[in-house]
Design a protein around this ligand. Structure first.
Ligand SMILES: Cc1cc2nc3c(=O)[nH]c(=O)nc-3n(C[C@H](O)[C@H](O)[C@H](O)COP(=O)(O)OP(=O)(O)OC[C@H]3O[C@@H](n4cnc5c(N)ncnc54)[C@H](O)[C@@H]3O)c2cc1C
Length: 310
C-alpha cells in the first residue's frame, strides 16, 4: 500500500474490480480495499452472466483481482471503518491511506427475517432471485414467503418456472380480490399464517412449518430480503444511506454515472442500485471508473493551464 492514490476503491466485488480495472488501464494509481465478503458468497455459481454463466463467485473475483493487478493496481485485504474529507481512508487494523477520489462499491446486506433454518439454506434452496437461481429450482415445489406486497410479483416470476408454487402470506395480509383471482387462475395456492421454520432433512428443504404447527411440503423457498447498503463509514462525509423509493431497503442515491452529492465520491453496484446483479454492478463500476478518470483529467488540465500561464 502506498501513502496515497489517485483513487481508492472501497469494496472489491464486481463493481469495485471493474472500476479499478478501468482506472488501472488509464494509468491511474488505484488501490482496492476489500473485506472479502461478497454478497453472493453463499451461492455455488453465478448465473445470468454473459460468457460466465455457472462460474463460481470466488473464481470470478480471483480473475478480476488478477486483471487489476496485471495493470499495476493494488489490492489490500481489510475493512474500511472511516473516511475523512480530503480524503483519508482508515481501515479496521489502523492503516490509513490518502485518495484524490473515492469509488465506493461495498454492496449491501440482505437482512433475513427471523425464520428458523433460513440463514443456513440462504443461497442454496432458499433463494431470492428468479434470474440467479430460478432455473435451478424449476419444476420443483416452491414456496414464496411474503414479506411485502412485492411477494405477488415474486410469485408470478417463480410461477414462470414451476407449476407448483404456494404463496405463504407470512407477515403480510391476504392478497387483494384481484390478486386472489389471478393467483387462482394460475393455480397458486395461498396459505395464510406466519411461518416459523423451514423443515430440513438430508441437507435440503423438505417443507415450510407455520406457527400453528402445520407443515406444507416444499423443495425450495423464495423470499425477498430487506436490502441495506453497507456504507455507514461514509457518514462523516455527510453521505448517509436513505430509504429506496421502492421501499425495499436503503441505498446511497447517485447520478447514473455514480457521482454522489459529495464532490469526489462515486458509488456503484448494490450500494446504490439495490436491484443490480453481477453484470449490471460490473458495468456501473466501469462507468464510474471512466468518469472518475475524466474528472481527474479535467482537474489536471485546469492545473496545467494555470501553471503554463504563470
Ligand atoms: C445468494 C445470492 C446469490 C446471487 N446470485 C447471483 C447470480 O447468480 N447472478 C447475478 O448476477 N447476481 C447474483 N446475486 C447478486 C450479486 O451478489 C450482486 O449483484 C453483486 O454481488 C453486487 O456486486 P457489488 O460489487 O455491488 O457488491 P459485492 O459483490 O457484495 O461486493 C462488495 C465487496 O465489498 C466488500 N466490503 C463491504 N464493506 C466493506 C468495507 N467497509 N471495507 C472494505 N470492503 C468492504 C465486501 O466484503 C465485498 O467483497 C446474488 C445475490 C445473492 C444474495
Amino acid at each position: 500500500m502506498n501513502d496515497t492514490y489517485d483513487v481508492v476503491v472501497i469494496g472489491g466485488g464486481p463493481a469495485g474490480l471493474n472500476g479499478a480495472l478501468m482506472l488501472a488501464r488509464s494509468r491511474r494509481s488505484v488501490l482496492v480495499i476489500d473485506a472479502g465478503e461478497p454478497r453472493n458468497a453463499p451461492a455455488a455459481q453465478v448465473h445470468g452472466l454473459f460468457a460466465h454463466d455457472g462460474a463460481s463467485p470466488a473464481q470470478l473475483l480471483a480473475r478480476g483481482r488478477a486483471e487489476v493487478e496485471s495493470y499495476g493496481g493494488h489490492i489490500a485485504t481489510g475493512s474500511v471503518v472511516g473516511v475523512e474529507p480530503g480524503f483519508t481512508v482508515t481501515l479496521a487494523d489502523g492503516r490509513r491511506v490518502g485518495a484524490r477520489r473515492l469509488l465506493v462499491t461495498t454492496g449491501l446486506v440482505d437482512v433475513l427475517p427471523e425464520i428458523a433454518g433460513l440463514r443456513e439454506r440462504w443461497g442454496r434452496d432458499a433463494v431470492h432471485c428468479p434470474y440467479c437461481h430460478g432455473w435451478e429450482v424449476r419444476d420443483r415445489a416452491i414456496g414464496v414467503l411474503a414479506t411485502s406486497p412485492m411477494a405477488i410479483h415474486q410469485v408470478m416470476l417463480f410461477r414462470q418456472l414451476s407449476d407448483d408454487v404456494v404463496l405463504f402470506t407470512h407477515t403480510t395480509g391476504l392478497p387483494s380480490e384481484e390478486q386472489a383471482l389471478e393467483l387462482r387462475a394460475l393455480g397458486v395456492r395461498v396459505v395464510p399464517g406466519e411461518v416459523e421454520a423451514l423443515e430440513i432433512a438430508d441437507d435440503r428443504i423438505t417443507g415450510v412449518r407455520l406457527k400453528d404447527g402445520t407443515v406444507v411440503p416444499r423443495d425450495a423457498v423464495a423470499i425477498a430480503t430487506r436490502l441495506v447498503a453497507r456504507t455507514s463509514f461514509l457518514e462523516p462525509l455527510g453521505l448517509k444511506a436513505v430509504e429506496h423509493p421502492m421501499g425495499v431497503g436503503e441505498h446511497i442515491p447517485a447520478q447514473p454515472d455514480g457521482q454522489t452529492e459529495v464532490p469526489g465520491v462515486w458509488v456503484a453496484g448494490n450500494a446504490t442500485d439495490l436491484m443490480a446483479q453481477v453484470g449490471s454492478s460490473a458495468a456501473a463500476g466501469a462507468m464510474a471508473g471512466a468518469r472518475i478518470n475524466a474528472d481527474l483529467i479535467a482537474e489536471e488540465t485546469r492545473q496545467a493551464v494555470l501553471e503554463a500561464a504563470a
